[in-house]
Ligand binder design. Structure first.
Ligand code: SF4
Length: 458
């Protein structure tokens, strides 16, 4: 608990008081807000990354000097993932961005995201649309609206459509979704890679959806640590079952996507290092990870928000800059997430990796910074505005993920995406399918049965 008497006595008094505050406050703050000194004996590989100049630095190091390091050890990853200095972060991001530039040039790629239903049978403790959440207006987008959104995505050269929902594995839902996917494939001349992000389903369902035309999945493991997973989920949710689902998706032939959360309560730096190793070992083709943003009214969000309020009250009126705890917290959370992107690019190399929209809740330039730290994908949300409030899986989500007008087809989406990409130093390659190079290597080309699309990466 914090106890912070105000005794500002000139500059010396302020410095002494601030030091005392840090000593008392730091244990109460999340790990990513605490700086770790750089120890002696840092490995040559970590040192090389931290010394990487990149093209914009005075050293004019060629981009090709940045190489993927798939066998980075747990200790090396932990070192890279911890907060040290602004210089170590900047060098790490330059290094991962250089690898992305070698793979994709200055390009990035888009997937149109439709949150087609918020009905969910699960109760993840961090989620704003969990089954027991009160006051959520449940919806499922009707067929004709979903088809219109798919056509919008196709005609506007998105080339990929993400169909996302809460988890609902009823026969009716799966059969409806199979029918919709078949219709979308037909109506768009098989011109969209269809991604499904719909939770844990048995083999027969994922196989049926693959046969209907779905080709990619996105099912986040959230953490590679089963003990931490158990703290984030009710007892009847199983980490092992989720892992088995990811393996099953890969075996069926999907371009399997998964990811984790950074900054979740009870997490320690070693968890994040293991997360990167998990993503590598699972051979994920797509990585979708982001910061944990507390949702009010959830079992995980409420205690955290109450703790932050208590600390903020104790900081009020203090004579140092960092009294704005929320701003400080968001800055550090963004940096922690960027470190994750950078390490994933260095270790997992030629995967696709999304600059998640959730970053915009903590920073107006969050996605742009992610595109400069190794990300190559954006997933603009084209769900109609009238449904957005029903999909607040984290707080303020509806405010940041665009959509604008209350029309069926979102206005301004394309211009917004181009602007974010340009500010992130990239250009959107509209109309180009970017299947993960990682996946194409695994299959020696496109997965069985895939046709109709040509890929710039093949
Ligand atoms: S995270 Fe997904 S599965 Fe879990 S409660 Fe939320 S929508 Fe349902």
């Amino acid at each position: 608990m914090l106890s912070l008497p105000i005794r500002s006595r000139g500059l010396f008094g302020i410095v002494a008081e601030y030091s005392s505050f840090l000593r008392k406050a730091e244990p109460a703050l999340p790990f990513f807000m605490r700086s770790t000194p750089i120890p002696d004996g840092v490995s040559d590989r970590v040192r090389k990354i931290w010394n990487f100049g990149g093209e914009n630095s005075l050293s004019k190091r060629p981009e090709s000097e940045a190489k993927a390091i798939p066998d980075l050890s747990f200790d090396e990853l932990k070192m890279l993932l911890q907060k040290h200095t602004p210089e170590t972060d900047a060098a790490l991001f330059r290094y991962s961005n250089s690898i992305a530039n070698q793979l994709f040039g200055n390009k990035c790629y888009v997937r149109a995201l439709v949150e087609f239903s918020n009905v969910c049978r699960k109760n993840c403790k961090y989620c704003g649309i969990r089954k027991d959440m009160k006051g959520v207006r449940r919806y499922t987008i009707p067929d004709h609206e979903l088809m219109a959104l798919a056509k919008f995505a196709y005609e506007n050269k998105f080339t990929s459509l993400v169909l996302q929902s809460g988890e609902l594995g009823t026969e009716t839902r799966i059969s409806w979704l199979c029918d919709m996917i078949k219709k979308i494939v037909k109506e768009t001349n098989d011109g969209l890679r269809i991604v499904i992000s719909i939770g844990e389903l048995p083999h027969k369902d994922y196989k049926a959806l693959f046969d209907a035309g779905a080709r990619r999945t996105l099912t986040r493991i959230e953490t590679s640590n089963p003990k931490l997973y158990a703290k984030l989920h009710p007892k009847d949710h199983s980490w092992q079952e989720r892992v088995d689902v990811l393996k099953d998706q890969s075996a069926i032939g999907y371009m399997m996507g998964t990811g984790v959360m950074a900054g979740v309560p009870h997490q320690v730096p070693g968890d994040l290092a293991n997360d990167i190793l998990f993503l590598r070992d699972m051979k994920a083709s797509m990585i979708g990870m982001g910061p944990w943003i507390p949702s009010p009214g959830t079992p995980l969000g409420d205690p955290f928000l109450a703790q932050m309020t208590r600390i903020t009250q104790r900081l009020e009126g203090r004579p140092w800059d960092r009294s704005d705890l929320k701003k400080w917290y968001n800055e550090d959370l963004l940096k922690q997430t960027l470190r994750m992107y950078a390490c994933a690019r260095i270790v997992c190399y030629d995967v696709n990796m999304a600059a998640t929209t959730a970053l915009e809740v903590i920073s107006p330039t969050g996605r742009q910074q992610a595109l400069r730290a190794g990300c190559n994908i954006m997933m603009p949300n084209i769900t109609p505005r009238k449904y957005r409030d029903g999909y607040e899986i984290y707080t303020k989500k509806a405010e940041v993920d665009g959509g604008g007008a209350d029309t069926l087809i979102p206005v301004g989406t394309i211009a917004r995406v181009d602007k974010v990409a340009a500010e992130g130093g990239r250009v959107v390659d509209w109309g180009v399918v970017k299947d993960p190079l990682h996946h194409l290597r695994k299959w020696g080309g496109h997965p069985p049965g895939l046709k109709g699309l040509t890929s710039a990466s093949s």
